[in-house]
Write a protein that binds this ligand. Structure first.
Ligand SMILES: C[S@@+](CC[C@H](N)C(=O)[O-])C[C@H]1O[C@@H](n2cnc3c(N)ncnc32)[C@H](O)[C@@H]1O
Ligand code: SF4
Ligand code: SF4
Length: 319
């Protein structure tokens, strides 16, 4: 591939692929700097999970909207340089449907990670984190993620080379439909060849009718408390920070989410969704356009707030 000045925009460098075709530049997504970003490399998925935010009505999600490999890599490079992106999370849809370009794209960033449903096998990405989603023991997981998914993922986890340098984490998304099997799930997978477990909670829409959300944050508190207890029992296996989980409790949670994400630190992450014609779009937040921040359960929000407090505390001590 070569880089040439564009005739229409002499200041901009345009990448030309092997066939002499000029690669489209990414759209203007503002001038902000973002240390972290996530990219939906495809709107295609082989599963139809009950809780999935990606395929909600108000999000760019049409599986016909595609971006070819060369354009995707070119645009990620341009966006990295434009916005100062250091950390990239590769997501979808199911990112492993485009395994080769994802593994190539990961090399563009200082740190990259993948979140996958695990049904296409676990990619080998030495030095990177691969998060594999499973939402409970076999029966509850398969009720959410589809028949046979638990066994398929279990086989994939056991088939990989645990010494290949990839950090593999299992992630459970807690909702009202699977919270009852939290402890049973940890027991079921704790001897698997994984590097740890992460947990996040359901992010509902404003008019959520799925029955998966806790109507009142106070009803979620006992589940958060149970997760804190599990962390105390399995401190190495469970990666969640107790301090971050405590910020999810109903008496303080909205300080970090606000009514409409005003104080939310996760909004500093640049979300890249694939919109019309395969053009990147930036939705309201990583969870899309229609989200109820007042009931947001995204662990990343509270973990970022927790770390910010820790950093503040440390600089206080250094003064
Ligand atoms: C949207 S999926 C995309 C990647 C891949 N297909 C997978 O399932 O891991 C990424 C993660 O978001 C979680 N997730 C989906 N819908 C959610 C929601 N409404 N609230 C919180 N997490 C959600 C999934 O369980 C999964 O762990
Ligand atoms: S596998 Fe991931 S992207 Fe696909 S429906 Fe499930 S949560 Fe959504
Ligand atoms: S839904 Fe959650 S992650 Fe998104 S802006 Fe609101 S509080 Fe932040």
């Amino acid at each position: 591939m070569t880089i040439k000045p564009s005739p229409s925009q002499p200041d901009a460098l345009v990448q030309i692929d092997e066939t002499g075709r000029a690669l489209r530049s990414p759209p203007d997504l503002g001038s902000g700097q973002h240390r972290s970003a996530l990219v939906n490399v495809t709107n295609v998925c082989n599963l139809t999970c009950r809780h999935c935010f990606v395929f909600r009505d108000e999000n760019p999600k049409d599986p016909r909207d595609k971006i070819d490999d060369a354009t995707l890599l070119h645009q990620l490079r341009v966006l990295r340089d434009r916005h100062g992106i250091e950390f990239m999370l590769f997501m979808g849809g199911e990112p492993m449907i485009r395994r080769d370009v994802v593994l190539e794209g990961m090399k563009l960033f200082r740190r990259s990670s993948i979140v996958t449903n695990g049904t296409y096998g676990i990619p080998s990405a030495p030095g990177c984190i691969v998060t594999v989603s499973l939402d409970g023991p076999e029966a509850p997981n398969d009720a959410i993620r589809g028949e046979g998914v638990f066994q398929k993922v279990k086989e994939a986890i056991h088939a990989r080379d645990p010494e290949d340098g990839t950090v593999v984490l299992l992630q459970m998304t807690l909702t009202r439909a699977n919270e009852s099997c939290l402890e049973e799930f940890v027991e079921a997978v704790r001897e698997w060849p994984i590097d740890g477990m992460t947990f996040t909670f359901y992010v509902p829409t404003r008019d959520d009718r799925t029955g998966l959300a806790w109507d009142d944050l106070r009803d979620r508190d006992p589940v958060v408390e149970r997760l804190i207890a599990l962390k105390r029992s399995y401190p190495r296996l469970i990666k969640s920070n107790i301090g971050a989980l405590e910020l999810m409790l109903s008496d303080v949670a909205m300080r970090y989410t606000g009514e409409r994400g005003e104080p939310c630190l996760a909004r500093e992450t640049l979300p890249l969704y694939l919109g019309s014609g395969g053009e990147f779009e930036r939705p309201f937040c990583c969870y899309g356009n229609d989200v109820d921040c007042t009931r947001c359960g995204a662990y990343a929000v509270f973990n970022a707030a927790y770390h910010q407090m820790q950093d503040g505390h440390e600089s206080e001590l250094q003064r």
